[in-house]
Design a binder for this molecule. Structure first.
Ligand code: PMP
Length: 380
């Protein structure tokens, strides 16, 4: 049997339609969009501008100037955090949570000479405590940065409420929405989010492209370039513009616009089917994360009495993971931060699914898991 892919939170397959949209910009329109003296350059520039327009309309930001094309959410997170820290008198404070992706936590830790990091509490399902957030804001706070949906446990944060609290105290809000974008529409103007980070490879576009979205001029003006050189992207991020990359993002968001609902419906069906198989057999499991506020394509689960090493071996025909793909081998800081006991942390697996996942595939996974449990604990 071919290995079945269940690691969509680590990365999604690239949609063929995204590849088709990109191909002409490798094969025919390969000019440098910054060279407006050549016909090839002009045509590439038109594709770049068209893609910017599609992205600005989809995410609803004030102008296309607020789009910074990056190599992915890691770079976007670095860019916004380092900008905000660099733009004020020191020392300053940044509020975040203990369930952020490492690209936020490590960036903040690398700035520990100039930033005091305030970690807001969460409720044990990964939802942050809004009263605690508000109580931590001081006049030295320069940014609130909170993950939109967690990459390990799928919990979604109340981002509009967070934005409202931050703004009431005059503090900008950045949301690492890398895992939220595939499942929820994000509207920076209506939801009042100053900055959004995301990666193409979570929305069926390739790896190595992403965005930092700035809601308006005010947000953009706080950004200090971290990569300087030829002055592309209005100087905010130098380097020859990746035209196929931005075309892929524009195509991917068009597909989200049309298909997010059906993508989520597929995921909901798979979630239900998986747990029906486990429940029918009375398998003792624990689902991590919030039961209501969660992204559709994620199951973070531990089975009583089994370790994740055993589970990964028993389920080796399925590409699943133990937690975040970016920190394989380390104990999960997210599970620790939501108060999971040690045996749950060492027993957790993550199953990620999406647009191309099939009902029969998740049934096969669930049945395999049940069979393994029964062999180990019920001698059958
Ligand atoms: N933030 C979150 C929530 C993520 O899930 C990821 C990718 N796992 C990143 C940031 C980093 O994205 P990339 O590796 O594409 O830079």
């Amino acid at each position: 049997m071919q290995t079945v892919y269940f690691d969509y939170n680590a990365t999604t397959p690239v949609d063929e339609r995204v590849v088709s949209a990109m191909l002409p910009y490798y094969l025919n329109v390969y000019g440098n969009p910054s060279n407006m003296n050549s016909a090839h350059g002009k045509e590439a520039n038109r594709a770049y501008k068209r893609s910017l327009r599609t992205i600005a309309d989809y995410f609803r930001i004030e102008s296309t100037d607020g789009i910074i094309l990056t190599s992915g959410a890691t770079e976007s997170n670095n860019l916004v955090i380092k900008s905000l820290v660099g733009s004020v008198k020191k020392p300053c404070r940044i509020i975040t949570s203990k369930i952020e992706h490492d690209s936020v936590i490590k960036t903040l830790e690398s700035l520990s000479d100039s930033v005091i990091i305030d970690y807001v509490e969460n409720d044990g399902s990964g939802r942050i405590n809004l009263a605690d957030l508000e109580s931590r804001i001081t006049e030295d706070t320069v940014l609130v940065t909170i993950i939109g949906a967690n990459n390990e446990i799928g919990t979604i944060q109340p981002i509009e409420e967070i934005a409202e609290i931050a703004h009431r105290h005059g503090v900008p809000f950045h949301c690492d929405a890398t895992q939220l974008v595939p499942h929820r529409r994000i509207d920076l103007l209506a939801q009042n989010i100053d900055y959004v980070s995301m990666s193409g490879h979570k929305i069926y576009a390739p790896k190595g492209v992403g965005l930092l979205l700035c809601r308006d001029d005010r947000a953009l003006n706080r950004i200090t370039p971290q990569i300087v050189g030829g002055g592309q992207q209005n100087g905010y991020r130098s380097g020859t513009i990746n035209v196929p990359g931005i075309v892929s993002l524009a195509e991917a968001v068009k597909l989200l616009d049309a298909e997010m609902e059906s993508d989520n419906a597929i995921c909901n069906e798979l979630f239900g089917v998986f747990f029906r198989v486990l429940d029918a057999e009375g398998i003792p499991y624990r689902l991590n994360g919030d039961t209501m506020n969660r992204i559709e394509g994620n199951i973070s689960i531990s089975i009583e009495g089994l370790t994740s090493v055993q589970l990964l071996a028993a389920l080796s025909e399925f590409s699943i993971s133990t937690g975040s793909a970016c920190s394989t081998g380390k104990e999960s800081h997210v599970l620790r931060a939501i108060g999971c006991p040690k045996e749950v942390i060492s027993g957790t697996i993550r199953i990620g699914y999406g647009r191309f996942s099939k009902r029969e595939e998740i049934i096969a996974l669930a049945e395999k898991l049940v069979g393994y449990y029964n062999r180990v604990y019920r001698n059958n």
